[in-house]
Design a protein around this ligand. Structure first.
Ligand code: APR
Length: 314
C-alpha cells in the first residue's frame, strides 16, 4: 500500500519547516511545491538526506507544479508573501488573495478531495478564499491561527509563573491579528485559574503581548516572520486530522450562526479529526469576550467582502 501523500505549498521558512516536521513524524510522504525553480527540489533532497541521521524514511519530493500532488489527502498552504515590519495585514490582502486563488485551483485540479490547512496570511480571509475557490465542504478547509496564538499565550503565562508550559491550559479565539481574543476566564495552570496567580493588570499585559506576538518576532528578525511555532502548529493540526486524534483545538472555521456569527471565518474551539472540522464547540464566554469575538468577526467579514471584490470571487 502506498503511503499517504501530504502536500505543502510554499517552500519558504514556514513551508520547509512544516515539511521537515511532517517527515520527522513520518506522517506520510511529502510533496513540497514552490514557484521558485530548483528551490523545493533542493530542500526536499536535503530533507531526504537528513533521514538516515534522524531515523525517518518519509520520502520528500520537490516540485514546481501540482501534478505530483495527485491523490494527496491533505495539503498545507503556506504560499504567500510574509508580513514585513510596518506592514498591515490588510496590505497583504490583494497579493496573497491572488496567490491563494491560484494555488487552490491548482490543487483542486489534481486532488479535488484533499483537506486544506491554510497558513498564509491574512489567515482568516485566506480561508474564505480557499473555501470559495475550492468548492470543498466547509469541514475540509481549516485555518491555522488559534493553535499558534494559544501557544504564544501559554508560553508567556508559563514564563510569568516560572512553570512548565505543559501545565498551562489556555485558548485564544477570534481572528489572527490585533483583534484576536485570548480568553482570561478559562486560562488555568494544572486546573488553577491563572487569575488566582497573576494580577488582572499583569494578565492584561500578557494578553497584549500575545496579541502582538507575531509583530514582536517580525521586529526582531527585521526580514521575514516567525516559522518554528507556526510550522509546529500546522503540523499538530495535520497530525490530529491524519491520525484521527479528534483533538480540541482553536482553529479558523466557517461559522454558520455559532456565537451569533454568520458566514465568517473565525477562530473557535473545534474537534479536529479525519473528517476535518468535525464539530465546532460553543463555549460560554464572558460578556466582554463575546463582544470581542463578535467585533473580531466583523473585521474578518469586512476583509472577506474586500478580497471578494479584489479578486472577483463570489
Ligand atoms: N505557488 C507556490 N509558492 C508560492 C507562490 C505560488 N503561487 N507564490 C509565492 N510562493 C512561495 C514563495 O516563493 C516563497 O518561497 O511562498 C513562499 C513563502 O515563503 P517565505 O517568503 O519564506 O514566507 P514564510 O515565512 O514561509 O511565510 C509564509 O505563512 O505565516 C504565514 O504570513 C506568513 O503568509 C505568510 C506565509
Amino acid at each position: 500500500m502506498a503511503r499517504r501523500k501530504i502536500g505543502v505549498i510554499g517552500g519558504g521558512f514556514v513551508g520547509s519547516t512544516t515539511a521537515q516536521r511532517l517527515a520527522e513524524k513520518e506522517l506520510g510522504d511529502v510533496i513540497l511545491v514552490d514557484i521558485l525553480e530548483g528551490m523545493p527540489q533542493g530542500k526536499a533532497l536535503d530533507l531526504v538526506q537528513a533521514g538516515p541521521i534522524c531515523g525517518y524514511d518519509s520520502n520528500v519530493q520537490g516540485a514546481n507544479d501540482y501534478s505530483s500532488l495527485e491523490g494527496a489527502e491533505l495539503v498545507v498552504i503556506t504560499a504567500g508573501m510574509p508580513r514585513k515590519p510596518g506592514m498591515d495585514r490588510s496590505d497583504l490582502l490583494r497579493v496573497n488573495g491572488e496567490i491563494q486563488q491560484k494555488v487552490v485551483s491548482g490543487i483542486m485540479e489534481v486532488a479535488p478531495s484533499a483537506m486544506l490547512i491554510i497558513v498564509s496570511n491574512p489567515l482568516d480571509v485566506m480561508c474564505f478564499v480557499a473555501h470559495q475557490v475550492s468548492g470543498l465542504p466547509k469541514n475540509k478547509v481549516v485555518g491555522m491561527a488559534g493553535v499558534l496564538d494559544t501557544a504564544r499565550y501559554s508560553a508567556f503565562l508559563a514564563m510569568e509563573l516560572g512553570c512548565s508550559v505543559r501545565d498551562i491550559q489556555a485558548m485564544v479565539l477570534g481572528g489572527h491579528g490585533d483583534s484576536m481574543v485570548p480568553l482570561t476566564s478559562t486560562a488555568s495552570v494544572s486546573g488553577i485559574p491563572v487569575s488566582q496567580l497573576i494580577s488582572e493588570q499583569r494578565l492584561e499585559e500578557l494578553v497584549d503581548r500575545t496579541r502582538h506576538g507575531g509583530a514582536e518576532i517580525v521586529n526582531l528578525l527585521k526580514t521575514g516572520s516567525a516559522y518554528y511555532a507556526p510550522s509546529a502548529a500546522a503540523v499538530s493540526m495535520a497530525e490530529s486530522i491524519l491520525l484521527d486524534q479528534k483533538r480540541v483545538m482553536p482553529c479558523c472555521s466557517l461559522l454558520t450562526g455559532q456565537y451569533g456569527i454568520e458566514d465568517t471565518w473565525v477562530g473557535v474551539p473545534v474537534i479536529l479529526g479525519s473528517d476535518g472540522v468535525e464539530k465546532i464547540l460553543e463555549v460560554e464566554l464572558s460578556a466582554s469576550e463575546r463582544e470581542a469575538l463578535q467585533s473580531s468577526a466583523a473585521s474578518v467579514l469586512a476583509g472577506q467582502a474586500e478580497v471578494a471584490q479584489m479578486i472577483s470571487i463570489a
